[in-house]
Design a protein around this ligand. Structure first.
Ligand code: ZN
Ligand code: ZN
Length: 140
């Protein structure tokens, strides 16, 4: 898919710009997240990475996921203990998710951190993770 290819190329450029190495496990993990419609657990990613490749241990996958989250390329969906590719890595935003209770489809709602206006003066918001549960259009 062209959009996926572009996202991969952008991610690689982003890593290089920050002096990070875009390793094969990082790329493969990100690729799997981009292709997924629902959040993926580390275990699911591990199983997928093993297929056709050398053995990929849990530490490799967890390190790759930590890296992707730190780079703003992915988010962790806490209630699912799973990960999704970020819909807009270049935009500073709060990660808010619309999660379908039936099919698990997860959509990212993009809101700038400043738009939330949640915190009292003097409190610096570094991240917001919001999970909104319901039923998606397809399941209703
Ligand atoms: Zn995001
Ligand atoms: Zn659904």
């Amino acid at each position: 898919m062209a959009a996926q290819k572009a996202a991969l190329a952008e991610a690689e450029a982003r890593c290089e710009a920050r002096g990070q190495t875009w390793t094969a496990p990082r790329r493969r993990t990100y690729e799997l997240l981009l292709a997924a419609a629902t959040p993926r657990t580390a275990y699911e990613l591990m199983a997928a990475l093993k297929r056709g490749a050398r053995y990929v241990g849990p530490p490799t996958v967890y390190r790759a996921l930590d890296f992707l989250v730190a780079m703003g390329l992915a988010h962790r969906v806490e209630s699912r203990k799973a990960y999704v590719a970020c819909a807009a890595p270049d935009d500073p935003h709060a990660a808010a998710f619309l999660i379908c209770d039936r099919c698990g489809r997860t959509e990212e709602l993009l809101r700038h951190l400043d738009d939330w206006g949640l915190a009292p003066a003097g409190f610096v918001v570094r991240s917001v993770i919001l999970e909104i549960r319901g039923e998606c259009r397809a399941c209703r």
